[in-house]
Design a protein around this ligand. Sequence first.
Ligand code: GTP
Ligand code: MG
Length: 449
Amino acid sequence: MPASCVTVQIGQCGTQLGACVLDRLNAEARHEADAQYFFRQGKSGERVARAVLVDTEPRVVGEVEGGDSDSNRWVYGAANRVLCDAGLRGCANNWAKGFSSEKEGVNRAADVVRREMERSDRVDALLSFAAGAGGTGSGLGCAFHSCFSDDNPKIRPLHCVVLPDRQGDVAVGSYNATLTLNHLSKDAKKRGGGLCLLSNELSKQMCVNVFRLERPTFDQLNDVFATLLAGNLLPYAMDGQRKGLGHTLSHCCAGRLRYLTPYASPLYEKASNAAFDQNLWPGVCGELSRRAKLLAEPILRADEKPPLDRPPPALAWVCAGLVVSRGSDATQLEESRFARDVRIPKGAPGLKFGTSQHACRTAPRSAYFLGNSSSVLPILRHVESRCSAMLEYRAYVHHYERYGTTAEDLEAALSSLRAQIGDYDGLAPVPEPPAAAMASLTLPPPPPR
Ligand SMILES: Nc1nc2c(ncn2[C@@H]2O[C@H](COP(=O)(O)OP(=O)(O)OP(=O)(O)O)[C@@H](O)[C@H]2O)c(=O)[nH]1
Ligand SMILES: [Mg+2]
C-alpha cells in the first residue's frame, strides 16, 4: 500500500488551487485508505491534510481553510502555514525575487514539510501546486524544491504548474514560466518525477464551452483543474496491488519527457447535451480517448470563435500514460478500445491501466488519463514564443538582474525549453513519403536521341 502523499502549496495560486484539489480529494476518497493517502487523522477524528502552505505575503495563506463533504471535515495542520521572508510582502511577479529570497525562510518551509513527512510510515510522492507566472510560487517554489530535493532525492515529485493565459495576465508571466519549467523539469528528472501542466487559457475555454460560464472566476478555473486531477491522483489497483502517485510517475515519466496532461471523463455531472451513454463504459472510454488523442486545439481567446473552415485538430502522440477507471465494475473498461485510439511511438513505454471499485462522486463510472504526450506542445510553444519576443528586446530584464538572474540565464532557460519542444516534436515519426509520391520522384528515362 502506498503510504502517503505530501502536498506543498506555494504562492496565491498554489494555495488556492491546492485547497480546491484537496477538497475534491476529500470528497472523492470513498475508501478510508484512499483518504489516508492525502490526509491523516486529527485529534477529534477530522481529516488533517498532509499539506504545507507557503507564501511570502500573509493574506491568502492565512485565510485558506479546509472544508466539509458529507460527514468528512478536513483542516490544515496548525503548524503547516509558513510565511517566508516577511519583509518581502510578495514577490511582485518576479521569479528572480522569489528565487533569491532569504534562505532562512526556504529552509524553514523545507523543515515543516520534513516534519509532515515524518508523520507517515512511508512517503510515496510529493505533490506541489504553484503558478508559473507569479513570483513566489514560481521563484521561491524553485528555491524550495532545490533545497528539499537535496535531502529527499528518492521522493518523486509531481509539480502541478499553472501557466498564464494569452492576454490580460502578468506581463512577465512567460519569463517566470520559462525559468520555472527549466528549473522544475531538471528537478523532476533528478528525482524521477514530472510536471503536470495546467493552462488557465484551456481551463477558461472549458468553463465557457462546457460549463457555459462567461467570465470564470479563479474558483471556477480551479474547480475544472480539480475535476481533471482528482481521479488521476487517488490510489488505484493494478496487478492485484494498490498503487499511488509514485508508481504513476515511475511509469509516465521517461528520460527527458516529463510533462504530463490530465484528462477526465465525464467532465460534468449532468449536462443537457451529454451523450445518453456517458454513464456506460464505452461512452466514458470513447470520450476520454477522443480528448486524449487530440493535440490541444490552437488556443483561442474566450470571445473568439474557431473559423468554420479550420482543419481538424492534429493527433497527439502518447509516449506513456496511465488510464484509471473508477466504478463498481471498473474492470469492464475495454483496454484494447482505448489503446486502439491512441498513437504510441515505437519503443515508448505506452499505456498502463489501473482500476478502483469506488466510484467518484460525480458519476457511477468515470475514467482518468494522465498522459505524457505531444499535447503539451501548444502550451509550451505559447510560452516559448512570448518569452522569445520579449527577450529579443531585453524587455523588463533589469528587474531580474537586480535579483541576480541575468539575460544569459533567461536565454539558457529559453534554449532548454526549445530543446524540450524539439523532444516532444520528435515523438511523431517522420512521415514516410507515400508510394505514389515516391513513384513520381523517379524520373522517366531520357528520350532517345
Ligand atoms: N487557476 C488559477 N490561477 C491563479 C489563481 N491565483 C492566481 N492565478 C494565476 O497565477 C498567476 C499569478 O501567480 P500568483 O499565484 O498570484 O503569484 P504568487 O506565486 O503568489 O507570487 P507573487 O504574488 O508575485 O509573490 C497569474 O497567471 C494568475 O492568473 C488561482 O486561484 N487559480
Ligand atoms: Mg502572491
